[in-house]
Design a protein around this ligand. Structure first.
Ligand code: PGA
Length: 257
């Protein structure tokens, strides 16, 4: 019942031509797969989160492909004097269905805390966007044996009081695995994902916890995707570096299907 979601986070990469080309390559793969079935269409949802400047181009390029479009961040307020920020409504306007909130690069580089991430998630929900709420421990926290406590604490602080579990996604991204080429082992990922789901069940009930998707992120590549996606309670992937090559992103999507 939890359809896998493979989400590409392009981060701060790509000028107009790069974004258009990458989106075109992906749209072509989707079209070829749906027309010929060779290779088959991956049995998962696909989502691309480009930088703000590429949203319109990518939206136009992906039209009709069924690939979802998302922002990489939004403000917690609907509008106002917030220079440099983008609201959830603005993302919805331009064709986004999803938005990443609380990515560790925002938590670290912009001092975002759980309360702010929760406000952003609520702002996204208010505009009918699906927030992808990111959590993850640092290497020091893992070494100190605090990974589960940190991650479940972030989940408790970053999720709104109520939400539709089919319209919110969590992403577990160990900070030490992002962009480093190191990944959690499938067993470690399963342990954390299981702990998150257990904590969700306590707070929101079994049914909601069972319906909510939890993605793994951190150096997901074509050659490790299958084993990570098979790990218990892993319902997809949030892919950074490998989403910048259509071939790699496509192979990861096929590993999910
Ligand atoms: P990575 O990034 O795949 O390059 O490690 C993942 C992420 O930060 O979402």
């Amino acid at each position: 019942m939890r359809r896998p979601l493979i989400a590409g986070n392009w981060k701060m990469n790509g000028r107009l031509d790069d974004g258009r080309r990458l989106a075109e390559e992906l749209a072509q793969r989707v079209h070829r797969a749906s027309e010929t079935g060779d290779p088959p269409l991956p049995d998962c949802e696909l989502l691309i989160c480009p930088p703000f400047t590429l949203l319109e181009t990518v939206h136009r390029t992906l039209a009709g492909s069924g690939v979802f479009l998302g922002g990489q961040d939004c403000h917690g307020e609907p509008s106002g004097a917030h220079t440099g920020d983008i609201s959830a409504a603005m993302l919805a306007d331009i064709g986004c269905s999803h938005v990443i909130v609380g990515h560790s690069e925002r938590r670290q580089n912009h001092g975002e805390d759980d309360a702010l991430v929760r406000a952003k998630a609520a702002a996204a929900i208010a505009e009918d966007l699906v927030p992808i709420v990111c959590v993850g421990e640092t290497e020091a926290e893992r070494d100190e044996g605090r990974a589960l406590a940190v991650v479940t604490g972030q989940v408790a602080g970053s999720l709104p009081e109520s939400f539709d579990p089919a319209r919110l996604v969590l992403a577990y991204e160990p900070v030490w695995a992002i962009g480093t080429g190191r990944t959690a082992t499938p067993a470690d990922a399963a342990e954390v994902h299981g702990a998150i789901r257990g904590a969700l069940a306590e707070r929101y009930g079994e049914e909601a916890a069972a319906a909510l998707r939890i993605l793994y992120g951190g150096s997901v590549k074509p050659d490790n995707a299958a084993e990570l996606l098979r790990a218990g309670d892993v319902d997809g992937a949030l892919v950074g570096g490998a989403s910048l090559k259509s071939e790699d992103f496509w192979r990861i999507a096929q590993a999910a299907g």
